[in-house]
Design a protein around this ligand. Structure first.
Ligand SMILES: Cc1cc2nc3c(=O)[nH]c(=O)nc-3n(C[C@H](O)[C@H](O)[C@H](O)COP(=O)(O)O)c2cc1C
Length: 224
C-alpha cells in the first residue's frame, strides 16, 4: 500500500485499505452476475473442518427487507443510538469523523431496506453442530471469513456494502422476518448497492496501539 490511496488499484492490499462500510447506496439494481461473483468469493473462505455449514440468502423482496428494517431501526432506537450519542471517538477517528459515522449509521438505519440487494449470511445449525455452547460460539468463526471475502469482492467490483449485525439485537424476530427455516440462524446482513459517495481509506489507529511483543503491553520495536 503506497502512502497515497489508489482507488483504481486491484492490488489486494489497496482493496483492504479502502474497504470501508459504505452505508449510502443508490437504489439502482446490481447485475446478478456481480452478486454471483461476490458469493463465489465468499465460499472460498476458510471454515471449520470445511463443513461449509454456511448458507447465503440473496434478498431482493421489498416486503422482507422492510420487515427486517423495522427491527433494525428498533434496535437503533432502543439500544445502539443512545450508545453512539455518549461514546468517545475510537482510535484513528476524532469528534468530526465520529459524528460523520454516526450520521451515516442513521442514514443506513432509515434506508436499510432500499439497498437493491442484501446477502444474508446464515449458518445451518441443524447440520452437525452440537448444542454445546462452546461450539455454538464457534459458528460465527465459520461464516465471518466468508463475509469479509464478500466485502472485499464488492469493493473490488466498485460496489458499496457493509457488514451489519444489529438485527441480532432481536435475533429471533429478525430471523422470522427473514423467513429462515428451523435450524438456520442469520449472522450478518450485507446491504449491497452502487455507492453514493467515494471509496476512501479506512480510519484506524496505528499498529503500535494494537500489537504487543511476547506479552500484552510490551512494545514490539519493529513498529516505529
Ligand atoms: C461485527 C460487526 C458488526 C457490525 N454491525 C454493524 C451494523 O449493524 N450496522 C452498521 O452500520 N455497521 C456495522 N458494522 C460496521 C462497523 O461499524 C464498521 O466496520 C466500523 O465502523 C469501521 O468502519 P469503516 O470500515 O468504514 O472505517 C459492523 C462491523 C462489525 C465488524
Amino acid at each position: 500500500m503506497s502512502s497515497t490511496v489508489d482507488l483504481t488499484s486491484a492490488d489486494v492490499f489497496d482493496i483492504m485499505h479502502t474497504t470501508r462500510a459504505m452505508r449510502r447506496l443508490k437504489p439502482d439494481p446490481v447485475p446478478d452476475d456481480l452478486i454471483v461473483k461476490i458469493l463465489d468469493a465468499g465460499i472460498r473462505a476458510p471454515n471449520g473442518g470445511n463443513a461449509q455449514t454456511w448458507h447465503f440468502v440473496v434478498v431482493k423482496d421489498a416486503a422482507i427487507k422492510k420487515a427486517v428494517q423495522v427491527i433494525y431501526k428498533k434496535a437503533y432506537d432502543e439500544i445502539i443510538g443512545p450508545r453512539y450519542s455518549s461514546a468517545a471517538p475510537p482510535p484513528g477517528s476524532d469528534e468530526a469523523k465520529y459524528h460523520r459515522q454516526h450520521v451515516a449509521v442513521e442514514y443506513l438505519t432509515d434506508h436499510y431496506h432500499e439497498a437493491p440487494v442484501w446477502i444474508v449470511a446464515c449458518v445451518n445449525h441443524s447440520e452437525g453442530l452440537s448444542e454445546q455452547t462452546s461450539l455454538i460460539r464457534m459458528a460465527g468463526a465459520s461464516v465471518y471469513p466468508a463475509v469479509q471475502n464478500m466485502l472485499l469482492a464488492a469493493r473490488a467490483l466498485g460496489l458499496g456494502a457493509s457488514l451489519t449485525t444489529r438485527h441480532m439485537c432481536f435475533a429471533e424476530e429478525a430471523d422470522a422476518a427473514l423467513q429462515l427455516p428451523a435450524g438456520y440462524l442469520s449472522y450478518a446482513i450485507l446491504p449491497i448497492g452502487y455507492p453514493m459517495g467515494n471509496f476512501g481509506p479506512t480510519g484506524r489507529g496505528s499498529l503500535k496501539e494494537f500489537v504487543s511483543f511476547d506479552r500484552v503491553g510490551e512494545p514490539w520495536d519493529v513498529l516505529k
